[in-house]
Design a protein around this ligand. Structure first.
Ligand code: ZN
Length: 252
């Protein structure tokens, strides 16, 4: 019954308990990562509102907070990897030393990295900056975020992303996105009902309907994309104000 008793009686028992605690720690880290992702999405929505009303100083504050969050996420990721390894070598004499060395090595390597590598390669951060850019420069390509940022493959990919982002139509219905969801796997977005119907119509699992995308699409990989929803509304408002005068003469 008593944990302390069984622990003192058996080395096996205490090791099992430690294994469980390490598993618990890994789960907590995973939870924090998920909360950080949600927080980033919420911050992005707030920053978009601020950018729209010209509060760029407050947008910069959110930007700095996101960078600090990315740094913290990196430390958690290092911790998670090290703890996972530690769990397999509990009986090893050198485990603690390896853990400490691994930690110092990883952290000092990160500190020496350029901002372009730390943040420029982070999908969440790029997404954030792209959305902010689009508020006032919709349809224009976003300039490099960091000085000395390399072109090549990276910039090709950005062009594709930028091109995809200004298309606010659902690939399934070809009409404006409503209640948009985005696939965590391939980042393609759809109107919720349309894609769920599409998946059901294909027996519950099928390839992503976007031309050239070979990823599988499954309901559990889709998340409600509130940032995109907001951008679609903004885009439609813009169109409306630009075309108010012409709207009755436009037949189709
Ligand atoms: Zn896709």
């Amino acid at each position: 019954m008593s944990q302390a008793y069984s622990q003192s009686q058996s080395g096996m028992g205490s090791q099992l308990q430690l294994q469980n605690r390490l598993q618990g720690l890994r789960n907590s880290i995973q939870n924090i990562q998920e909360i950080a992702d949600d927080t980033t999405r919420a911050c992005t929505i707030a920053a978009l509102d601020l950018e729209e009303i010209g509060e760029s100083e407050k947008v910069s504050e959110i930007d700095s907070s996101l960078r600090a969050l990315i740094d913290a996420q990196h430390r958690l990721e290092v911790e998670r990897a090290l703890v996972t390894r530690l769990a397999t070598q509990l009986d090893s004499e050198t485990a603690e030393k390896e853990y400490m060395t691994g930690w110092q090595k990883n952290i000092s390597k990160y500190e020496k990295m350029s901002e372009a590598s730390k943040y420029g390669k982070n999908d969440m951060y790029r997404e954030f900056r792209q959305q902010i850019w689009d508020v006032k420069h919709e349809g224009e390509p976003m300039p490099n975020l960091f000085e000395g940022e390399q072109g090549g493959d990276d910039s090709d990919e950005d062009l594709v992303i930028a091109g995809a982002r200004v298309n606010y139509r659902c690939p399934v219905t070809a009409t404006w996105l409503t209640d948009p969801v985005t696939s965590k796997v391939c980042k393609h977005s759809f109107s919720r009902e349309a894609i769920l119907d599409y998946i059901r119509g294909h027996g519950g699992k099928c390839a992503c309907p976007v031309d050239g995308c070979s990823n599988r699409i499954r309901p559990q990989d889709l998340y409600a994309d509130k940032v995109l929803e907001r951008n679609v509304s903004r885009h439609l408002r813009q169109l409306e104000s630009e075309e108010t005068a012409a709207q009755y003469t436009m037949v189709q």
